[in-house]
Ligand binder design. Structure first.
Ligand code: NDP
Length: 400
């Protein structure tokens, strides 16, 4: 029997809960906890009490509270779909209760937008000693992009040399400005300095200052901007043959104009300011006035295209492949009442959880996605709504 405790009840968790609920062969019992319990109750009502057996309020910033909840529910696995700030307290609670752990985004301190795995990798020995497992970054990017890279390295190349991860949202939600996942986390990420790996070292760029116009399957050409993304850190560690690794994301002019104005007037800052006698963080206030990403699904048209270009050598010959998925916002809304960005994250979280629970991906310690056999994950992507394609390219769209 398998019992999963999902923490968080936002856009991504909504998809994961609904997907898990349809797979009793992997998830016998689902429990759901979040800061605002009414969101858990609404999801339980929608999915059915026979599948979501219990809901709880929890402040996951508080490891003791999470530990008490785990002791009450006694899950085999905790799936963390709250925010990156909660990763460490939830991992601490998993250590204390000897429970497996999965998340979709690496830890970030709340007062500093700093993206690196060091904090979570530091749990490696303690997780090993307790005989429990943590799977880090089981979303799409990170997540599926790591698995695509491992799949390419296993089946298509003797050695991989150049990696370019591309993330295009070609959809239209009709709002003047909105983010597709938690606005606070998203804006912290894209306003950072760009960073990429080249010839054994990290190189930095000004935020969104490097642009390539790239063609995306079933979408067309889109302006794509170089930025840092967390999977680059683990991929260059686990594939040391990589000479260069970069990440690109598309942004429209209207989006960038809004972002520049908001940055220019200080609304994206995470430094607290005094307002009417209390301290507020401008970015947290901005989140409160922006559309809730979960509410964008209705009427969202178009699709995403996320994938990895990999250039390497096979039998002495250089070649490039592109592995990608297209995901249609309206189709996701029809299936689970969510837009494609929540869907492309929520489904891989379900798949990672299923593979851990059935023992296919299982070893003590703290692991990134590319450290496991990619094949069972790739099979499940095809079965559960995120089918992928492999394109053999005549040449890479990127200069060396
Ligand atoms: P949302 O903001 O929609 O949901 C976050 C949920 O976490 C909310 O239910 C929120 O509760 C809850 N939460 C926040 N703080 C706490 C806390 N202290 N204790 C308990 N619950 C808390 O975010 P998303 O669903 O869009 O994103 C979820 C995660 O997925 C994020 O970590 C994000 O970075 C990650 N992500 C990963 C992607 C990938 O491809 N790997 C892509 C997109 C997202 P409340 O309702 O009270 O605010």
């Amino acid at each position: 029997m398998s019992r999963v405790l999902i923490i968080g009840a936002g856009g991504v968790a909504t998809v994961t809960v609904k997907k898990c609920a349809r797979l009793p062969e992997h998830f016998d019992e689902i429990y759901l906890a979040s800061r605002t319990v009414s969101k858990c109750e609404a999801l339980q009502q929608e999915v059915g009490e026979d599948r979501v057996k219990g809901v709880f309020a929890v402040d996951a910033d508080n490891a003791d509270e999470v530990e008490a909840l785990i002791n009450q529910v006694k899950p085999d696995l905790v799936v963390n779909l709250a925010l990156p700030y909660q990763d460490l307290p939830i991992m601490d609670a998993c250590l204390a209760t000897q429970t497996d752990y999965l998340d979709t985004a690496n830890y970030e301190p709340k007062d500093e937008a700093k993206f690196e795995y060091s904090w979570q990798w530091a749990y490696q020995e303690r997780f090993k000693e307790k005989g429990i497992m943590a799977l880090l970054g089981s979303g799409f990017d990170p997540g599926v992009t790591n698995v695509y890279t491992a799949y390419a390295a296993k089946h298509y190349f003797d050695e991989i040399h150049y990696l370019d991860i591309v993330d295009c949202n070609g959809g239209d939600h009709g709002q003047a400005f909105a983010t597709n996942f938690n606005p606070e986390i998203n804006i912290r990420e894209i306003t950072q300095r760009g960073r990429f790996w080249e010839n054994g070292e990290w190189k930095e760029t000004d935020p969104l200052s490097v642009r390539e116009d790239l063609h995306y399957q079933n979408i067309g050409e889109r302006a794509s901007y170089l930025m840092f993304h967390e999977e680059l850190e683990s991929l260059v560690k686990h594939f040391p043959t990589l000479k260069r690794a970069r990440f690109w994301m598309t942004f429209g002019d209207a989006y960038l104009n809004h972002l520049r104005v908001l940055e220019g007037i200080g609304m994206t800052s995470i430094e607290p300011v005094e307002f009417q006698g209390q301290q507020i963080v401008p970015l947290e206030f901005l989140k409160a006035v922006l559309p809730n990403p979960g509410s964008l699904a209705e009427g969202y048209t178009g699709m995403t295209c996320i994938g990895t270009y990999i250039t390497g050598v096979k039998d002495g010959k250089e070649k490039t492949i592109f592995i990608y998925n297209n995901c249609d916002h309206a189709v996701c809304n029809e299936e689970v009442g969510a837009q494609a960005v929540s869907y492309t994250t929520g489904v891989p979280a379900m798949i990672g959880a299923a593979l851990m629970l059935n023992g296919t991906w299982k070893k003590s310690g703290v692991w990134n996605m590319e450290q496991f056999d990619p094949d069972p994950f790739m099979d499940m992507l095809n079965q559960h709504g995120l089918p992928w394609q492999v394109l053999e390219c005549d040449q890479s769209p990127f200069a060396k």
